[in-house]
Design a protein around this ligand. Structure first.
Ligand code: DC
Length: 218
């Protein structure tokens, strides 16, 4: 069974997808982590995110892997090196949308996502899982929340990671990412027609998980 979870940044989709996968005993694939890993490599090599050709070449010559640990956490590797923590850095968050909008990069990532997802029961989260990666997914959810609530969640998360951010800077970054992710020409953020819309603004994580489990099992 394939479960597709899409939605904007900060809506809680990764947290929800990870917990849902754990509860169901499914594999979890965080597709955003793949775009983040490539962004990390580009920035570390001093390649500008606007140098599209260089980024495409980099994507073709990179090995990104997602490993599910027994405790429900995931490990992200880039060319065999653990980058799980590094891909959450602010500088990555700031530039990842520019890399994720490149068509050829997406083709490479989507191929990898399909390969990983076809191994068995899987929960994937992203922006285009239900629309592009697995249009025939068994269950599709679109997880959303009000903009202010999404900023609050991302701000809390970044403080938890020890990042020195303000509500205003997170708000600016999220608004910028929303614009790029929703308006890009290839696979923009969009609810699939057959996805179930879940507004999590006033729900706890437990309530969201309960709701999704009922919808998956029902
Ligand atoms: O969910 P996240 O913050 O880790 O996502 C990082 C970026 O990658 C974000 O700008 C959206 C983009 N992304 C995408 O374009 N397609 C996906 N399937 C997953 C993420």
């Amino acid at each position: 069974m394939i479960i597709a979870i899409d939605g904007p940044a900060g809506a809680g989709k990764s947290t929800v997808a990870k917990l849902l996968a754990k509860q169901l005993g499914f594999l979890y694939i965080d597709t955003g982590a793949m775009y983040r890993a490539l962004t990390l490599k580009a920035l570390n090599k001093g390649i500008s995110v606007s140098d599209t050709q260089a980024i495409i070449k980099l994507a073709a010559n990179s090995t990104i892997n997602l490993i599910n640990n027994r405790d429900g956490t995931i490990k992200v590797t880039l060319d065999g090196i653990d980058v799980t923590q590094d891909i959450r850095q602010l500088r990555i968050t700031q530039f990842v949308s520019d890399i994720a909008k490149i068509k050829e990069v997406r083709q490479i990532m989507v191929e990898l996502q399909r390969k990983l997802g076809s191994q068995g029961n899987t929960v994937l989260d992203g922006l285009d899982i239900g629309t592009v990666v697995f249009p025939n997914a068994d269950k599709k959810f679109y997880i959303d929340a009000d903009f202010k609530e999404r900023v609050l969640r991302r701000h809390k998360e970044s403080l938890g990671l020890g990042q020195n951010t303000t509500f205003e800077s997170v708000s600016k970054d999220l608004s910028n990412r929303d614009t790029i992710d929703s308006n890009r020409s290839v696979a923009p953020l969009k609810k699939a027609d057959d996805a179930i819309y879940v507004d999590t603004t006033n729900l706890s994580i437990e309530e969201v998980i309960d709701k999704l489990l009922r919808l998956v099992n029902g």
